[in-house]
Design a protein around this ligand. Structure first.
Ligand code: NDP
Ligand code: GDR
Length: 375
């Protein structure tokens, strides 16, 4: 039975990957951080009572800033595959905590690779590094560059997150070349799902849309509506991570859909999913979206209502204007076949959020929702 160790197992990708590897018959180990509240919501359904026989899912306390604990866990687990997904992954927040991001996302990758080397596991343990399209970033003087990014495109990161991930990318490549390790970068473009963190733009939009439609929220405030992203489904992307580590030779791969869409159009698609047509008017910080029509009788929302506005707080000091990837290599070499297109992704996320907030509405209507836990 193969053993996998996943850092960042409590995150969006960690949860989907753990599920996939368990289905493939792996013994799955995950590193979770100690937190004051439970942080295992996304993987609770995979939990197995450690007192039972044949447990194949095990969690270990750890942190990418602590090399002694990484060495101990890797020594104990002796994994065949390590998926380094742990990171402070929010681009905007990385401007607020740049040193921490460098430590976790950059040096954290080194700590994993070095632990494998110190333990003499270079020949046994394959390492996947969660690299990102933020490496490409975008050149400010070339804002309207419409080219597709592939494995040979130059990097120009636009945030402390992107810069930290550049270190992770190169140190992975360097350990592959210097020590002959099976260490690979998956350069993944944005991927989303019903498990996506609530402060990333897609999930913020699908949650906001569901709440507005159900009358639980008045308005949704967003930042740059012009940003263009290549959005795929996380379920498809974790399959690619696994494929990357099953090849004969270690290589780096771009994982993307090849389609780019603006934040504004993602908003329109989400509202349309619940039968609400929107019209955007105005420019820059003055831009707003209004309801044009609502074909779903479940929702009491009047035409002309302002439901989206821009709040400059969400603008970034430096922005990545446009991302679009070329997945030719991953499709031909890995045989990677994504199941979801953007419409399918939006439908999946909206169904999940509408379902969730319908329950909240029922609790509120019945007088069970608690406003202040000290009351
Ligand atoms: P999430 O933010 O959902 O998950 C990040 C995970 O990392 C969480 O489990 C988090 O733990 C953990 N983590 C954070 N800090 C530390 C630390 N100091 N030590 C150990 N673990 C830590 O990210 P995603 O699942 O979306 O992304 C997975 C990886 O892929 C990340 O490295 C991200 O940068 C990268 N990536 C993501 C893309 C995307 O579109 N989703 C695209 C390209 C790359 P906790 O739950 O306790 O916060
Ligand atoms: P990104 O994702 O920065 O691409 O990084 P995010 O969803 O945060 O932003 C995408 C684009 O939307 C614009 N935007 C907003 N973003 C957020 N978060 N909140 C808003 O209100 C908002 N309004 C507009 C942003 O400016 C941006 O242009 C994600 C992360 O998962 C990274 O870890 C990963 O490496 C990359 O995707 C690929």
């Amino acid at each position: 039975m193969k053993k996998a160790l996943i850092t960042g197992i409590t995150g969006q990708d960690g949860a989907y990957l753990a599920d996939l590897l368990l289905k493939k018959g792996y013994e799955v180990h995950g590193i979770k951080r100690r937190s004051s509240l439970f942080n295992t919501d996304r993987i609770d359904h995979l939990y197995q009572d450690p007192h039972e026989a044949d447990v194949r899912f095990k969690l270990h306390y750890g942190d990418l800033t602590d090399s002694t604990n990484l060495i101990r866990i890797i020594q104990e687990v002796q994994p065949d595959e390590i998926y380094n997904l742990g990171a402070m992954s929010h681009v905007k927040v990385s401007f607020d905590s740049p040193e921490y991001v460098a430590n976790v996302d950059g040096i954290g990758t080194l700590r994993i690779l070095e632990a494998v080397r110190i333990l003499g596991l270079e020949k046994k343990t394959r390492v996947y590094q969660a690299s990102t399209s933020e490496l490409f970033g975008g050149m400010p003087e070339n804002k309207n560059h419409k080219g597709f990014y592939d494995e040979n495109s130059p990097f120009y990161p636009r945030s402390p997150y992107g810069v930290a991930k550049i270190y992770g990318f190169w140190i992975t490549k360097n350990y592959r070349e210097a020590y002959n390790m099976f260490a690979c970068n998956g350069i993944l473009f944005n991927h989303e799902s019903p498990l996506r963190g609530e402060t990333f733009v897609t999930r913020k939009i699908t949650r906001g849309t569901a709440k507005i439609a159900l009358g639980l929220q008045d308005k949704l405030y967003l930042g740059n509506l012009d940003a263009l992203r290549d959005w795929g489904h996380a379920k498809d992307y974790v399959e690619a991570m696994w494929l990357i580590l099953q090849q004969e030779t270690p290589e780096d791969y771009v994982i993307a859909t090849g389609v780019t869409t603006s934040v504004r159009d993602f908003v329109k698609m989400s509202f349309k999913q619940v039968g609400i047509e929107l019209e955007f008017k105005g420019e820059g910080v003055e831009e707003k979206a209004y309801v044009v029509s609502c074909s779903n009788t479940d929702y009491q929302i009047e035409n002309g209502k302002e439901v989206v506005a821009v709040d400059a707080t969400y603008f970034r000091p430096t922005e990545v204007d446009l991302l679009i990837g070329d997945p030719t290599k991953s499709k031909t070499k890995l045989g990677w076949k994504p199941q979801y297109d953007l419409a399918g992704l939006v439908a999946d996320m909206m169904a999940s959020d509408v379902n969730h907030f319908r329950k909240e509405l029922m609790l509120k209507t019945a007088g069970y929702s608690v406003k202040n836990q000290f009351e």
